[in-house]
Design a protein around this ligand. Sequence first.
Ligand code: HEC
Ligand code: HEC
Length: 216
Amino acid sequence: MTRAMTALLTGLLLAAVPGLASADQALFEAKGCGECHYTDGPAKEKTIDDQLAKKGPELWYAGSKFQKKWMAKWLTDPKPIRPMAFNSLTEENKGDHPKLDKKEAKKMTAFLMGLTSDAVKAGRVKPKKSAKGRLIFTKKMPCSGCHQYPAKKKKIKGGRSAPSLVGAKKRLNPDWVLAYLENPSVFKPVKAMPTFAGILSAKDMMNVARYVSNFK
Ligand code: HEC
Ligand code: HEC
Protein backbone atom coordinates (compact mmCIF):
# COMPACT_ATOMS: atom_id res chain seq x y z
CA MET A 1 0.00 0.00 0.00
CA THR A 2 1.28 3.50 -0.68
CA ARG A 3 1.89 5.82 2.24
CA ALA A 4 -0.89 8.13 1.14
CA MET A 5 -3.35 5.26 1.07
CA THR A 6 -2.30 4.08 4.52
CA ALA A 7 -2.78 7.58 5.88
CA LEU A 8 -6.20 7.82 4.25
CA LEU A 9 -7.33 4.47 5.64
CA THR A 10 -6.03 5.28 9.12
CA GLY A 11 -7.91 8.57 8.98
CA LEU A 12 -11.13 6.82 7.99
CA LEU A 13 -10.73 4.23 10.73
CA LEU A 14 -10.06 6.82 13.42
CA ALA A 15 -12.98 8.95 12.28
CA ALA A 16 -15.25 5.92 12.62
CA VAL A 17 -14.41 5.42 16.31
CA PRO A 18 -16.13 8.05 18.47
CA GLY A 19 -13.87 9.48 21.14
CA LEU A 20 -10.76 8.41 19.24
CA ALA A 21 -11.16 10.92 16.45
CA SER A 22 -7.57 12.12 16.63
CA ALA A 23 -4.24 11.87 18.36
CA ASP A 24 -5.12 15.11 20.12
CA GLN A 25 -8.30 13.63 21.57
CA ALA A 26 -6.08 10.81 22.87
CA LEU A 27 -3.86 13.40 24.56
CA PHE A 28 -6.97 14.96 26.13
CA GLU A 29 -7.92 11.60 27.63
CA ALA A 30 -4.36 10.69 28.61
CA LYS A 31 -4.04 13.93 30.56
CA GLY A 32 -7.25 13.23 32.47
CA CYS A 33 -9.04 16.28 31.04
CA GLY A 34 -12.04 14.08 30.24
CA GLU A 35 -12.67 13.53 33.96
CA CYS A 36 -13.97 17.08 34.26
CA HIS A 37 -14.80 18.22 30.71
CA TYR A 38 -16.79 16.79 27.82
CA THR A 39 -15.93 17.54 24.20
CA ASP A 40 -18.85 16.15 22.22
CA GLY A 41 -21.88 18.37 21.67
CA PRO A 42 -24.68 19.25 21.76
CA ALA A 43 -25.08 20.17 25.43
CA LYS A 44 -25.77 17.13 27.63
CA GLU A 45 -27.05 18.72 30.84
CA LYS A 46 -30.84 18.84 31.17
CA THR A 47 -31.45 19.32 34.89
CA ILE A 48 -29.84 21.24 37.73
CA ASP A 49 -28.48 17.92 39.04
CA ASP A 50 -26.73 17.32 35.69
CA GLN A 51 -25.17 20.76 35.95
CA LEU A 52 -24.05 20.23 39.56
CA ALA A 53 -22.52 16.86 38.66
CA LYS A 54 -20.14 18.59 36.23
CA LYS A 55 -16.62 19.18 37.55
CA GLY A 56 -15.71 21.69 34.89
CA PRO A 57 -17.18 23.71 32.01
CA GLU A 58 -18.18 21.91 28.81
CA LEU A 59 -15.64 22.25 25.99
CA TRP A 60 -17.61 20.99 22.99
CA TYR A 61 -17.69 24.49 21.44
CA ALA A 62 -14.29 25.66 22.76
CA GLY A 63 -13.10 26.56 19.25
CA SER A 64 -16.04 28.93 18.84
CA LYS A 65 -15.82 30.44 22.33
CA PHE A 66 -12.10 31.10 22.79
CA GLN A 67 -9.19 32.71 20.99
CA LYS A 68 -6.40 30.38 19.96
CA LYS A 69 -3.54 32.47 21.30
CA TRP A 70 -5.20 32.84 24.69
CA MET A 71 -5.90 29.12 24.90
CA ALA A 72 -2.29 28.06 24.18
CA LYS A 73 -1.03 30.40 26.88
CA TRP A 74 -3.72 29.67 29.47
CA LEU A 75 -3.14 25.91 29.30
CA THR A 76 0.48 26.49 30.39
CA ASP A 77 -0.52 28.98 33.10
CA PRO A 78 -4.19 28.49 33.98
CA LYS A 79 -5.01 31.55 36.08
CA PRO A 80 -8.52 31.57 37.60
CA ILE A 81 -11.33 32.77 35.33
CA ARG A 82 -14.15 32.27 37.82
CA PRO A 83 -13.40 34.03 41.13
CA MET A 84 -15.34 31.25 42.90
CA ALA A 85 -14.81 27.50 42.55
CA PHE A 86 -16.81 25.89 39.73
CA ASN A 87 -20.49 25.43 40.69
CA SER A 88 -19.94 27.16 44.05
CA LEU A 89 -20.97 30.49 45.50
CA THR A 90 -19.12 30.09 48.79
CA GLU A 91 -15.76 28.50 47.99
CA GLU A 92 -12.96 30.52 46.39
CA ASN A 93 -11.35 29.24 43.19
CA LYS A 94 -8.10 27.73 44.45
CA GLY A 95 -6.38 28.18 41.10
CA ASP A 96 -5.34 24.53 40.98
CA HIS A 97 -6.24 23.75 37.37
CA PRO A 98 -3.93 21.14 35.75
CA LYS A 99 -1.05 22.67 33.76
CA LEU A 100 0.50 21.57 30.49
CA ASP A 101 3.95 22.22 29.11
CA LYS A 102 4.26 24.36 25.99
CA LYS A 103 4.38 21.48 23.54
CA GLU A 104 1.36 19.71 25.03
CA ALA A 105 -0.53 22.99 25.20
CA LYS A 106 0.05 23.57 21.49
CA LYS A 107 -1.34 20.13 20.60
CA MET A 108 -4.24 20.50 23.01
CA THR A 109 -5.05 23.94 21.60
CA ALA A 110 -5.17 22.52 18.06
CA PHE A 111 -7.62 19.89 19.28
CA LEU A 112 -9.85 22.22 21.33
CA MET A 113 -9.95 24.96 18.69
CA GLY A 114 -11.32 22.36 16.27
CA LEU A 115 -14.45 21.95 18.41
CA THR A 116 -16.98 24.42 17.08
CA SER A 117 -20.70 25.18 17.08
CA ASP A 118 -22.83 26.10 14.06
CA ALA A 119 -24.75 28.53 16.28
CA VAL A 120 -21.79 30.95 16.13
CA LYS A 121 -21.60 32.95 12.90
CA ALA A 122 -18.23 34.52 12.08
CA GLY A 123 -17.56 38.19 11.39
CA ARG A 124 -20.56 39.83 13.09
CA VAL A 125 -19.08 41.57 16.13
CA LYS A 126 -16.29 44.15 16.16
CA PRO A 127 -15.05 44.83 19.69
CA LYS A 128 -15.16 48.54 20.54
CA LYS A 129 -15.79 51.12 23.22
CA SER A 130 -19.53 51.39 23.12
CA ALA A 131 -21.21 54.03 25.28
CA LYS A 132 -24.51 52.20 24.82
CA GLY A 133 -22.93 48.87 25.70
CA ARG A 134 -21.42 50.42 28.80
CA LEU A 135 -24.74 51.86 29.91
CA ILE A 136 -26.40 48.47 29.52
CA PHE A 137 -23.61 46.56 31.26
CA THR A 138 -23.08 48.89 34.20
CA LYS A 139 -26.51 50.48 34.70
CA LYS A 140 -29.54 49.24 32.79
CA MET A 141 -28.93 45.51 33.18
CA PRO A 142 -27.55 43.59 36.15
CA CYS A 143 -24.46 42.26 34.27
CA SER A 144 -21.94 43.96 36.56
CA GLY A 145 -23.68 42.57 39.66
CA CYS A 146 -22.38 39.12 38.73
CA HIS A 147 -19.36 39.78 36.48
CA GLN A 148 -16.07 41.50 37.20
CA TYR A 149 -14.93 43.96 34.54
CA PRO A 150 -12.12 46.49 34.05
CA ALA A 151 -13.23 49.96 35.17
CA LYS A 152 -11.34 53.26 34.91
CA LYS A 153 -7.84 53.69 36.36
CA LYS A 154 -7.11 49.96 36.14
CA LYS A 155 -9.65 49.21 38.83
CA ILE A 156 -11.61 45.98 38.75
CA LYS A 157 -15.27 46.30 39.61
CA GLY A 158 -18.28 44.03 39.66
CA GLY A 159 -19.61 40.85 41.23
CA ARG A 160 -17.76 37.60 41.87
CA SER A 161 -20.42 34.96 41.29
CA ALA A 162 -19.85 34.58 37.53
CA PRO A 163 -16.78 34.18 35.27
CA SER A 164 -14.68 37.34 35.32
CA LEU A 165 -14.86 39.28 32.08
CA VAL A 166 -11.55 41.05 32.70
CA GLY A 167 -9.37 40.25 29.68
CA ALA A 168 -12.34 39.13 27.54
CA LYS A 169 -10.73 40.90 24.58
CA LYS A 170 -7.92 38.36 24.50
CA ARG A 171 -9.91 35.38 25.73
CA LEU A 172 -13.33 35.29 24.09
CA ASN A 173 -14.43 35.23 20.46
CA PRO A 174 -16.65 38.36 20.06
CA ASP A 175 -19.02 36.44 17.77
CA TRP A 176 -19.49 33.81 20.48
CA VAL A 177 -20.37 36.48 23.06
CA LEU A 178 -23.21 37.69 20.81
CA ALA A 179 -24.37 34.16 19.95
CA TYR A 180 -24.39 33.32 23.66
CA LEU A 181 -26.54 36.35 24.51
CA GLU A 182 -28.90 35.64 21.61
CA ASN A 183 -29.21 31.93 22.16
CA PRO A 184 -27.92 30.95 25.60
CA SER A 185 -29.69 27.60 25.86
CA VAL A 186 -27.64 26.12 22.98
CA PHE A 187 -24.53 26.51 25.14
CA LYS A 188 -25.97 26.47 28.67
CA PRO A 189 -29.34 24.70 28.85
CA VAL A 190 -29.13 24.82 32.66
CA LYS A 191 -27.73 28.10 33.77
CA ALA A 192 -27.27 30.68 36.45
CA MET A 193 -27.25 33.63 34.08
CA PRO A 194 -30.60 35.20 33.15
CA THR A 195 -31.67 35.17 29.50
CA PHE A 196 -31.48 38.62 27.91
CA ALA A 197 -32.81 37.71 24.48
CA GLY A 198 -36.23 39.33 24.33
CA ILE A 199 -35.33 41.77 27.11
CA LEU A 200 -32.57 43.49 25.16
CA SER A 201 -33.21 44.42 21.53
CA ALA A 202 -31.02 42.84 18.82
CA LYS A 203 -29.19 46.16 18.55
CA ASP A 204 -28.52 46.35 22.27
CA MET A 205 -27.25 42.77 22.37
CA MET A 206 -24.81 43.78 19.64
CA ASN A 207 -23.79 46.89 21.62
CA VAL A 208 -23.18 44.98 24.80
CA ALA A 209 -21.31 42.18 22.95
CA ARG A 210 -19.02 44.81 21.38
CA TYR A 211 -18.43 46.41 24.75
CA VAL A 212 -17.72 43.17 26.62
CA SER A 213 -15.43 41.85 23.84
CA ASN A 214 -13.33 44.97 24.27
CA PHE A 215 -12.53 44.41 27.97
CA LYS A 216 -8.77 44.59 28.53
C1 HEC B 1 -10.39 18.28 38.26
C2 HEC B 1 -11.20 18.76 37.14
C3 HEC B 1 -10.49 19.31 35.91
C4 HEC B 1 -9.53 18.69 35.13
C5 HEC B 1 -8.88 17.34 35.33
C6 HEC B 1 -9.29 19.61 34.02
N1 HEC B 1 -10.08 20.72 34.13
FE1 HEC B 1 -10.19 22.23 32.81
N2 HEC B 1 -11.41 23.26 34.04
C7 HEC B 1 -11.87 22.79 35.27
C8 HEC B 1 -12.55 23.87 35.96
C9 HEC B 1 -13.21 23.77 37.33
C10 HEC B 1 -12.47 25.01 35.10
C11 HEC B 1 -12.91 26.43 35.41
C12 HEC B 1 -11.65 27.18 35.85
C13 HEC B 1 -11.79 28.65 36.14
O1 HEC B 1 -12.87 29.22 35.94
O2 HEC B 1 -10.80 29.27 36.54
C14 HEC B 1 -11.77 24.57 33.90
C15 HEC B 1 -11.58 25.38 32.79
C16 HEC B 1 -11.00 24.95 31.61
C17 HEC B 1 -10.98 25.70 30.39
C18 HEC B 1 -11.68 27.05 30.19
C19 HEC B 1 -13.16 26.74 29.96
C20 HEC B 1 -14.16 27.83 30.27
O3 HEC B 1 -15.29 27.75 29.73
O4 HEC B 1 -13.85 28.74 31.06
C21 HEC B 1 -10.30 24.96 29.47
C22 HEC B 1 -10.01 25.33 28.03
C23 HEC B 1 -9.88 23.74 30.14
N3 HEC B 1 -10.34 23.76 31.43
C24 HEC B 1 -9.14 22.72 29.55
C25 HEC B 1 -8.67 21.61 30.25
C26 HEC B 1 -7.72 20.67 29.72
C27 HEC B 1 -7.13 20.71 28.33
C28 HEC B 1 -7.49 19.73 30.69
C29 HEC B 1 -6.53 18.57 30.68
C30 HEC B 1 -5.13 18.96 30.62
C31 HEC B 1 -8.31 20.10 31.83
N4 HEC B 1 -9.00 21.24 31.53
C32 HEC B 1 -8.39 19.36 33.01
C33 HEC B 1 -11.72 21.52 35.75
C34 HEC B 1 -10.81 20.59 35.27
C1 HEC C 1 -27.28 36.58 37.98
C2 HEC C 1 -25.92 36.70 37.58
C3 HEC C 1 -25.59 37.10 36.14
C4 HEC C 1 -26.01 38.21 35.45
C5 HEC C 1 -26.96 39.28 35.90
C6 HEC C 1 -25.32 38.18 34.16
N1 HEC C 1 -24.53 37.07 34.08
FE1 HEC C 1 -23.31 36.57 32.55
N2 HEC C 1 -22.91 34.79 33.43
C7 HEC C 1 -23.34 34.43 34.70
C8 HEC C 1 -22.88 33.08 34.98
C9 HEC C 1 -23.12 32.30 36.25
C10 HEC C 1 -22.15 32.66 33.83
C11 HEC C 1 -21.50 31.29 33.60
C12 HEC C 1 -22.43 30.42 32.78
C13 HEC C 1 -23.69 30.04 33.47
O1 HEC C 1 -23.65 29.22 34.38
O2 HEC C 1 -24.74 30.57 33.07
C14 HEC C 1 -22.18 33.78 32.90
C15 HEC C 1 -21.52 33.79 31.68
C16 HEC C 1 -21.35 34.93 30.88
C17 HEC C 1 -20.44 35.03 29.77
C18 HEC C 1 -19.46 33.96 29.33
C19 HEC C 1 -18.22 34.08 30.21
C20 HEC C 1 -17.31 32.90 30.17
O3 HEC C 1 -16.10 33.10 30.24
O4 HEC C 1 -17.80 31.75 30.10
C21 HEC C 1 -20.60 36.29 29.23
C22 HEC C 1 -19.87 36.88 28.04
C23 HEC C 1 -21.64 36.96 30.01
N3 HEC C 1 -22.05 36.10 31.01
C24 HEC C 1 -22.11 38.25 29.78
C25 HEC C 1 -23.13 38.83 30.49
C26 HEC C 1 -23.78 40.09 30.13
C27 HEC C 1 -23.41 40.93 28.93
C28 HEC C 1 -24.75 40.31 31.06
C29 HEC C 1 -25.78 41.44 31.11
C30 HEC C 1 -26.54 41.68 29.87
C31 HEC C 1 -24.68 39.22 32.03
N4 HEC C 1 -23.71 38.34 31.65
C32 HEC C 1 -25.47 39.12 33.17
C33 HEC C 1 -24.07 35.18 35.58
C34 HEC C 1 -24.68 36.37 35.26
